[in-house]
Ligand binder design. Sequence first.
Ligand code: GTP
Ligand code: MG
Length: 203
Amino acid sequence: MGRSNTRFILSAFDRAHWPATDNRAEIAFAGRSNVGKSSCLNTLVGGSSVARVSKTPGRTQSINFFEVPRRGSNLLFADLPGYGYAKAPRSVTDKWDRMVGDYLSGRENLVLVVVLVDLRRDPTELDRRMVQWLDDAGRVGLLVLTKADKISKNKRLHRQMLICKGLGVSREASMLFSSQQKIGREELWLRIDEAARGLPEED
Ligand code: GTP
Ligand code: MG
């Protein structure tokens, strides 16, 4: 499960710093600040804290790249800076738009964009915009509804339907997740592997 040897590569502030893809399939993690992107990434790779988790929103302003060993080849994970950080000055949100827009439209080998939304919260305008951007860029998106541990089991499906409807995403393109209780970990790996198979084999 990529448990061992997940390696932080670098923090990129613009495209000149993006690591070479070298035929590696890349998966990006997007979502509002504090939604649990870094936690999700850590949960996938076995619970080690390879990506920095913070209680203070808006800490990560760069794209953080990781190399994840998987089934004899390597994947790249990209932890995107969170959006919707309250009180972010205009200069910061403009830079975010440019950086993430560049990345989503220009990144080769980006096979899947995991969009995280808190299962407890109604999606925001920025979540809608992210889904729209992916559509426009022709990217495959997967809606991961996280912090499911905070919602009682019998209410989860209802919340899932509401959020999907609010974002115009089909339920098949969404799933429940919790980093704390490891809900959805296997399913998310299946989706990632499936997306990565779309990439031509190495040499
Ligand atoms: P930014 O990098 O600031 O955009 O945040 P992020 O989206 O990477 O969120 P991060 O993973 O740092 O988690 C933010 C907070 O939410 C931390 O206090 C986590 O412990 C908590 N958290 C993340 N995932 C879950 C979850 O599945 N369940 C619960 N209960 N808490 C979670
Ligand atoms: Mg983070």
